[in-house]
Design a protein around this ligand. Sequence first.
Ligand code: NAG
Ligand code: NAG
Ligand code: NAG
Ligand code: NAG
Ligand code: NAG
Ligand code: NAG
Ligand code: NAG
Ligand code: NAG
Ligand code: NAG
Length: 738
Amino acid sequence: MLKSIWFIVNIALLKGCFAETPETYLLKSHSLPPDLNFMPTLGNGHLGYTVFGDAIFMNGVYNGAGGNSKRARIPNWLNISSEVCDRFGCASGEDVEVNGTSYEMDLRDGYFRERTTYRKLGFTVEQRTYTHKFYNRALVYEVVVTRLDSRNTRANAPKFLKLTQYPGNSSDAFDFVLVSNGSSSSGDYRTLRGRTKVLEFEKFQTDPQEIFVLFSQSLEQPLQVQWPTWQEQLSYSIIITMDRDESVARKELQDVLKLSSRTLLQKHTESWNSFWDNEFSIELKGDALELSQIVNAGIFYLVSSLPSINTNQKNEPFYGLSPTGLGRGNLEADYQGHNFWDTEIWMLPVVTQFGLEYAKQVLDYRHRKLEAAKYHANATGYKGARFPWESAYTGTEVTNPCCPEVAQQEIHISPDISFALQRFYSQSLDKEWACNTAWPIAAEVAKFLVSRASCDDSQNMCHFLKVMGPDEDHPDVNDNVYTNAVSKIALDFAEWLGPMCGNTSTELFERWRELSDRLLILQDEVLNYHPQHQGYILNTTVKQADTILLGYPLRFDISSTHLNDLRFYANATRESGPAMTWSMFSANYLVSRQDKLANEYFERGYKSYVRPEFKVWSETPLGYEGSANFLTGIGGFLQTLIFGYGGLDFGRVGDQFSMIIRRTLTPPNVDEIHINSIPYEDAKCSFTIRFQSSEIVCWDRFGPGFQMVQDQRRTFLGRSFNFTHRNEDPPIEISFLR
Ligand SMILES: *[C@@H]1O[C@H](CO)[C@@H](O)[C@H](O)[C@H]1NC(C)=O
Ligand SMILES: *[C@@H]1O[C@H](CO)[C@@H](O)[C@H](O)[C@H]1NC(C)=O
Ligand SMILES: *[C@@H]1O[C@H](CO)[C@@H](O)[C@H](O)[C@H]1NC(C)=O
Ligand SMILES: *[C@@H]1O[C@H](CO)[C@@H](O)[C@H](O)[C@H]1NC(C)=O
Ligand SMILES: *[C@@H]1O[C@H](CO)[C@@H](O)[C@H](O)[C@H]1NC(C)=O
Ligand SMILES: *[C@@H]1O[C@H](CO)[C@@H](O)[C@H](O)[C@H]1NC(C)=O
Ligand SMILES: *[C@@H]1O[C@H](CO)[C@@H](O)[C@H](O)[C@H]1NC(C)=O
Ligand SMILES: *[C@@H]1O[C@H](CO)[C@@H](O)[C@H](O)[C@H]1NC(C)=O
Ligand SMILES: *[C@@H]1O[C@H](CO)[C@@H](O)[C@H](O)[C@H]1NC(C)=O
């Protein structure tokens, strides 16, 4: 059985190498989005930019004090445009027929291109840009011009290419100085050194951040490249490399320039193809071309903000995922490139499926910023570690001065992080990581919660007073149910993890247990639902999914009370709510088998949020101003597909961790969803989800093998298995034999 599985994987690989990009991975448009913020955002975890935008951003590089800290804008020197000219002038838009230009985002090969045909003048121009996935300090611009008829080299055939750079205004974040002018005689490259102007918080940042930018070719003045009439095709590349370390940026440029442009592109596309073929993909069968494109684009835009795992030079530490990704962060609408709960609650559950290493690098940011979170707890009068609502370079609070109450009151971010640690452990089962990375965070968060709670001994009850839940329309409330529920999970996890990691502070554990037991979970006995907070009146409008999260993702309450929450809050949620709100209604309706509603909300969760041209997400539905490249919405949408429709779950009951397969469903017009591949500890699984059943294939080459528990019967499955689960069967639990 094992052999046949590997065989299939290999066939897929071979096909990938030689195939044209399938339609499901090719986003093609003859027109640009009316708002250029909805152009594709490309990135590789080190650098990112939005096509045609005015900025390039580098992982972890911010400028500005406290709440004014935002990603430090580097002018978009990659925004280059080529014209074909002769001594009388250059070909212009007027020489292009209607629809003669096509803009394409190739998701499978990982680049953006613009192709223009000048039929009358007899040539085509193709321009490509991308952030290299393997040489990840490098940004690439490439132009290829081709004569349409090689025999007809007319006298008026074009003579040269003119490359012009449009980087936008100079940067207000950096002081740039010219280190070298890149005279070709000395074999040197044009080099700029940039230093950020303002520190974020002196206690945790002593010096400005410094970056080096190297250019293969200066484009300060437009560059002319000769195109002899006898030459059928001409190609020209501009490479820009950037790093905090000048020698790293220099080596990257040298390494890249050793390659032909064809090999350079091939290295990049191979790296992307390998992601889709070996790391993760979702394939939909049925009448689902557009939905497939949205799914693939969603995965692509998320991965673009994550570090490449396999790179030419060692990566720097990763500074986390921001709601609009690495390629944005200059605007208020870009959340200034900060980290929020969006990272752990909305994006991470999907990122984990791409590979455990991606999730580790995301969570590692929180681990590295634990000292800052402890400082923040102390500075605001509490113990333990309090993660700021928004964080950037230093890990201290950087919430925009506009909105101090979210920073003061959205304390749920800290237990959200613990919840994510537990969820990741349930899937990775990595004890070393759990004790080195998760435990220090979980313990400090538990201490914070104890110090933040207000307990009433006479009633044997504890509360969180003056908080704000995910529903930001309601500040200053007591006992937000979501906050209290996720805090219970965080306390229980810390209490479980401590002894597992050999810690013997039983007094601490008892305190955590006691708080968890005594925290109030509001419930209305008459209407049998959870009021969102003390004094919540039924039908009061809320901003977004809040109390309903008790079902999925918290799995804290899936009783009839939760079903009523779904009923009541569905009507009370704002029309203009963010995308993932509707995705969460869908995921929860799937759990409760209300399939019709689940399908309705699933469609509502993406249809009016995704802009048509390049399937870029907006935070708000069409007609409302909202953030572009909204990865948080993508996270909610893909979670619904994988954990809602796919019926998949990883969980803990007591000391027992398992992968759980529940009933499955396919969205409207989709016959089959194939998910390849889900990591489970060191094993891999793939799922084929059909309307009434699912097929699960797992293989664990070197591990102890799997067992299955169904109806309390245990079955040994061996090191690989291929199992069909029908919807009428009870859920199955799969775990490792130990
Ligand atoms: C980027 O270049 C395009 C032309 O290719 C231009 O339309 C756009 O305005 C430029 N962006 C900036 C920020 O200058
Ligand atoms: C250009 O493309 C648009 C959209 O694809 C199409 O509706 C239109 O008919 C095309 N125009 C021409 C002249 O081909
Ligand atoms: C660029 O700078 C000019 C002059 O300072 C200003 O008017 C313009 O708004 C700036 N453009 C952008 C996109 O910031
Ligand atoms: C750098 O070289 C360019 C020509 O390549 C020249 O125009 C410019 O003045 C030089 N700048 C300095 C500071 O030497
Ligand atoms: C904050 O830290 C200082 C110095 O360690 C300590 O004296 C103070 O008690 C701490 N505050 C709280 C609320 O724990
Ligand atoms: C257990 O963990 C607590 C909380 O972080 C820490 O203060 C204590 O030193 C640890 N004790 C032992 C014995 O490891
Ligand atoms: C809430 O709205 C429903 C109709 O949507 C109505 O039947 C009910 O009485 C309202 N409840 C309250 C407390 O206003
Ligand atoms: C929600 O609104 C719909 C349509 O207005 C109504 O039919 C339904 O009864 C309402 N549900 C609740 C629980 O109020
Ligand atoms: C699993 O089994 C099904 C039917 O028994 C078969 O169609 C499918 O090809 C198998 N999958 C793999 C990966 O072996």
